[in-house]
Ligand binder design. Sequence first.
Ligand code: SIN
Length: 490
Amino acid sequence: MPLTLTRPDLQRQHNFIANAWHDATDGRLLPVSDPATDTVFAHVPDSAAADARAAVDAAHAAFPAWRALTGRERAQYLKRWHALILAYQDDLGRLISREQGKPLAEGRGEVLYAASYVEWFAEEAARSHGEVIPEPVRGRKMLMVKEPVGVVAAITPWNFPAAMIARKIAPALAAGCTVVAKPAEDTPLTSLALVRLAEEAGLPAGVLNMVTASRERAAEVVDVWLADSRVRKITFTGSTPVGKHLVRESAATLKRVSMELGGNAPFIVFEDADLDAAVAGLMAAKFRNGGQTCVCPNRVFVHDAVHYDFVARLSARVAALKVGPASAPDSQIGPMINARAVDKIAAHVADAVERGACVVTGGERLAALGANYFAPTILVGVDAGMRCTQEETFGPVVPVTRFEHEDEVVAAANDTPFGLAAYFYTRDMARAWRVADRLESGIVGINEGALAAEVAPFGGIKESGYGREGSRHGLDDYTQMKYLCQGGLG
Ligand code: SIN
């Protein structure tokens, strides 16, 4: 199934600044490759500081008029953008699959996921309510109103090239902010295609600007945004070390920050769990995007009493997964994003085996398919000292650890600096609320493996970051409160 576009002009290869498409000022280019074949199929600008500055100039100039619109007026732009995303969902899905590698059905699914955030925040744009505060002394009126924070810099990862940018840009625009954005160097094309559709939706010049850059030059672009006091907020999804750097550097101009950072999600199967449901939940949560999501279970804890049965049922499903390029209609797991990613997965498996874990299925690169493929893998006999339990593997590996007691497993689940997602399966309702209460995590799945939705607050605690995307709270990250007090009222 070829991944060619019915509308080839959606594959934009320029920066978008003040509603015009530009090369990088010094003309440098960043190659974009298909991870299935490692072949370059497009080039985008490898931008420099001057491009980043031009983007801020445009966003800053556009801010007063954009913030002056009513929420309902801004919503009209978002609704038109949403309709265009749906109209071109197949092309966008193909573009995601081509540059990111996820199977086509998942690529299309991601477009709908991205669109759901745009629709949600189009609806929320009119609902940025303030408060009337009961006055403590007579003769005053006191109110709180919410205002847009200003120019927002959005920096997004490669694993969901449509959804991550949509769930930052949509609330920012809905709140009345203008945006400068930099998509990940591995996957710039989907984001540029979304920007093209926003342009078609009639977004005024400068409201949304995007520049692309290589890994080597990303810091040059982002440093401009960090240093510029006109940028009032940084929103970032990516690794915890980079997030910490952005927070530190934002301090100089006291920018607002939202950080959706790394995870190390536990997935617990208690002895009273419905094992088929737990296997289905783990398959959905673990193998989405080939295991390359921040909320993928990274440590699987299975009670002693059901360990054998659970692993047997799971391995039948995992061994049957079809690995192949996104373009093959039956692929369920695509290539990993690049060779570095595969090297890390292979190193985690090798480390676990060296320290005593056993491979139940998989455990190796699938070199016959290409350099970026790794077999869906189950490891048993995993312990807390292994790299695969301490770091995010970000690949199709299920490391299984046995446990005996609830207290022991909750302590093990929480024994990580991260706190993004956690999952557990039990049929005991008292245990369900007890464990949900004790898990240190921003998101908890109780007998459920598919958690993300535009209606719910997505985000972490501890070193997984702060801020929430989606839900009725999602606009708050892009607004600031202003208190108004009128006196002299008699
Ligand atoms: C992520 O991996 O950062 C996001 C995953 C999701 O939206 O479910």
